[in-house]
Design a protein around this ligand. Structure first.
Ligand code: 3EB
Length: 337
């Protein structure tokens, strides 16, 4: 991430060896997209969240967040965290439950309290990994809606209104339970961006659930002391939604194209300008892309369209998991460094 070398991420193989940070770099936290479900402080001290996301024919890998300063790490309740003076990484995990809402509220509130206590008040990216995302909970409510309601209640404890809601991913897993990772900063200032082609998720109408999802379409992180264009742009999980409606039900090629067009529009100069930000990017500028494909058989079509859209330097990982609406076949996220 250009001027602010302080926070960086990369993908590494999930082969049992510990990630080796470059000289002068320290691991802040990792997420292992593999077979297991676990949250722990590793032998090297940093938090690792393991999520069951891997399957034959798709990718398994570790996402490694590094910084230039030695982190302090710890655990608290269901959370593990690390912070380096400017950046805070928190992961949390909730075991399988009949109903998730109240526990999601509790654990997310605990994470938001920690953000405040440790002095990293600006959350700029969250990932929410929701097992059984479109299955019913014990009361017949879709687990995603159960999760969204608990998260919405927790966000009320983090700030008023919607202006502080960060870029996020909400996605299924191949296991059960709910886990999450968040990134927050101390001096930097995140700027949240909506997409002119999409209704802000926090304004979705009630037909999708009692509470709307708490996230922004993208967040640009302005590092402390940096110029406006210096920061990375974090692109939320993006689906084949125009306005608030799923488009191209049952057509994986067309859904993939809409997702790519949605991201292209989101990161474009005119859309950033509408959010008061300068700069503008293209799909080829994306890095650390994750592509979530609902149906195994759709992978070749999705891969073909992604390869045509992204650049030679775009790393892309594919996973076979459900998306948060039954009719959504693909979700894609990434970042522009
Ligand atoms: C959507 O646009 C698709 O609930 O955190 C994308 C990104 C989606 C984040 C979340 C959900 C979330 O509504 C789903």
């Amino acid at each position: 991430m250009s001027q602010h070398a302080a926070l960086q991420a990369h993908f590494t193989p999930l082969d049992g060896t510990a990630p080796q940070p470059a000289p002068g770099r320290h691991v802040l936290g990792t997420v292992a997209f593999g077979e297991r479900t676990a949250l722990s402080l590793t032998g090297q001290g940093y938090p690792e969240l393991a999520i069951p996301m891997a399957s034959p024919g798709f990718d398994s890998f570790r996402e490694v967040w590094t910084t230039g300063a030695e982190p302090v790490t710890g655990t608290r309740g269901g959370l593990a965290f690390a912070h380096d003076g400017e950046y805070l990484f928190i992961s949390g995990a909730i075991e399988p439950l009949p109903v998730y809402g109240p526990t999601v509220r509790e654990v997310y509130e605990e994470a938001f309290a920690l953000v405040g206590e440790l002095g990293y008040p600006h959350i700029f990216r969250m990932w929410n990994f929701v097992g059984g995302i479109i299955s019913p909970n014990a009361e017949g409510m879709e687990i995603y809606q159960d999760f969204v309601a608990g998260r919405a209640e927790a966000f009320a404890s983090y700030g008023d209104g919607t202006g502080h809601m960060p870029a996020a991913t909400g996605i299924g897993t191949r296991g059960e339970g709910i886990s999450f990772t968040l990134l927050a900063c101390r001096e930097g200032s995140p700027r949240h961006v909506e997409n002119q082609r999409q209704t802000p998720a926090y304004h979705y109408p009630e037909q999708y659930g009692p509470k709307p999802p708490s996230f922004a379409r993208a967040t640009r992180l302005h590092p402390a002391g940096g110029e406006q264009g210096d920061g990375a742009l974090f692109v939320s999980g993006t689906a084949s939604i125009l306005g608030h409606e799923t488009v191209h039900r049952g057509d994986i090629a067309a859904q993939t194209d809409v997702v790519l067009e949605n991201i292209a529009e989101l990161i474009s100069g005119p859309n950033l300008a509408a959010a008061g930000l300068d700069g503008g990017h293209e799909l080829k500028d994306l890095r650390l892309v994750k592509v979530y494909v609902r149906h195994e058989a759709d992978l070749p079509v999705v891969r073909e369209r992604c390869q045509a859209a992204f650049g030679p330097d775009t790393e892309v990982m594919y996973m076979n998991v459900a998306v948060c609406r039954d009719d959504l076949l693909v979700e894609i996220e990434g970042l522009v460094p």
